[in-house]
Design a protein. Structure first.
Length: 270
């Protein structure tokens, strides 16, 4: 696998993320222009709200923000500390449990155990595919199709990842494609921060916008909406995403920009 670090992600993907944020804001303003209507009554209700009332435990909030800052600093200082992001995150979680008054049982009760079990099983399956040679066969087939072309391979990987991530959740998709991408990078003689890794990351992230199951964040939002008595069904999400073409349109635009970014940064200006 590629020895990528948090700082590498910031350096390579932050410029594009900033650009896409501006594009998405402009698209939302255009596509939902009918909903951006000022309602004096609703505005008055919102202005009457007291934000401090939403904070039930100010001390825990401060503790959480401090620990979060330390965790982010740990990610950024990885080249100095040499701690894996997973270790930093676990240390932060343990520190917050230790300094706060929250009961351990209460914290463990909030853990998404089914999700963790799902990913554990997923990585076991991927390991089995690697050991049985399935991943190697797929990698060889892709290498034959790409023919050693970094530009062509990056474009194909980014575009295919964008399409497939709209059908399969992007986390298991990336977990499956990671060893394949590693083999492709090795065959091309690339370094750990090879452009193929960024093509995979961009395609999977952008393609996750296409459907409700394209990204775990989409599923989380549906769950939050359900708890707030504003349920959004899968088909309702799909209707707005595909029939109304909002998500499809956004995905097309962002993927097109992503393709242009990869070509410009890693090939035209390399």
């Amino acid at each position: 696998m590629a020895p990528l670090r948090s700082n590498d992600v910031l350096v390579h993907l932050a410029p594009l993320s900033a650009l896409l944020t501006v594009v998405l804001i402009a698209l939302w303003r255009f596509l939902f222009r009918k909903t951006f209507v000022y309602d004096e009554a609703r505005a008055g209700e919102i202005m009457a709200l007291e934000e401090r009332e939403a904070i039930k435990n100010p001390r825990l909030l401060v503790q959480g923000l401090i620990v979060l800052g330390l965790v982010v600093a740990g990610f950024v200082l990885h080249p100095v500390l040499h701690y894996a992001p997973s270790i930093v995150a676990l240390l932060g979680a343990g520190l917050l449990v230790a300094v706060s008054t929250v009961e351990t049982g209460e914290v463990l009760g909030e853990v998404e155990w089914p999700t963790l079990a799902f990913f554990a099983g997923l990585f076991i399956m991927i390991g089995g595919l690697i050991e049985t040679g399935v991943i190697g066969v797929i990698s060889k087939a892709l290498a034959d199709v790409i023919g050693g072309s970094e530009l062509g391979g990056s474009m194909v990987l980014l575009g295919a990842s964008a399409v497939l991530s709209g059908i399969v959740d992007n986390i298991p998709y990336v977990a499956t494609m990671a060893p394949i991408t590693a083999d492709l990078v090795h065959d091309m003689g690339g370094a750990g921060d090879h452009v193929m890794w960024w093509a995979l990351a961009l395609g999977a992230d952008l393609g996750g916008n296409a459907t409700a199951i394209g990204a775990s964040a989409n599923v989380v939002v549906l769950g939050i909406a359900e708890r707030n008595r504003q349920p959004i069904s899968f088909w309702q999400f799909t209707k707005y995403g595909l029939v109304v073409t909002f998500i499809t349109f956004v995905t097309f635009v962002t993927v097109a920009i992503g393709l242009g970014y990869v070509w410009l940064r890693y090939f035209a200006l390399a």
